[in-house]
Design a protein around this ligand. Structure first.
Ligand code: SF4
Ligand code: SF4
Length: 94
C-alpha cells in the first residue's frame, strides 16, 4: 500500500485514497439507489474522489452512483450538492 507523504495529507485533494478514514469519521453518506439519477455531481464535488459510477441500474433503468466508505471522510459535500437529495448523512456508530 502506498503511504502518503507528510504534505500530501493537506495540500492535495484525493489523498485520503491512500489512508483509510473509518476510524475518525463522524458521519457517513448513504445513497438511495432508487432516487439517484446518475448525474455524477457527487463524483465531481467529492474532495477525496471516492464517489463512483456503478455498473448497476435501478428500477427506472438509470445507472446509479455509490461511494467507497473505506476512504470517505464524511464531509457531506456529496449530500449537499446532490440535485435530487439521493444521499443522506448518518451518524457513525463506534
Ligand atoms: S461525504 Fe461524500 S463528498 Fe465527502 S468524502 Fe464522503 S463521499 Fe466524498
Ligand atoms: S449527485 Fe445524487 S443523483 Fe447525482 S449521481 Fe450522485 S447520488 Fe446520484
Amino acid at each position: 500500500m502506498k503511504i502518503a507523504k507528510k504534505n500530501e495529507l493537506f495540500t492535495k485533494p484525493g489523498t485520503t485514497i491512500v489512508n483509510k478514514t473509518g476510524a475518525w469519521r463522524v458521519y457517513y453518506p448513504i445513497v438511495d439507489h432508487e432516487i439517484c439519477i446518475g448525474c455524477g455531481t457527487c463524483d465531481r464535488v467529492c474532495p477525496e474522489g471516492v464517489c463512483f459510477k456503478t455498473d448497476q441500474k435501478n428500477s427506472k433503468g438509470l445507472t446509479f452512483y455509490d461511494r467507497d466508505l473505506d476512504f470517505c471522510k464524511g464531509c457531506g459535500l456529496c449530500a449537499k450538492e446532490c440535485p435530487v437529495k439521493a444521499i443522506s448523512m448518518h451518524f457513525e456508530e463506534k
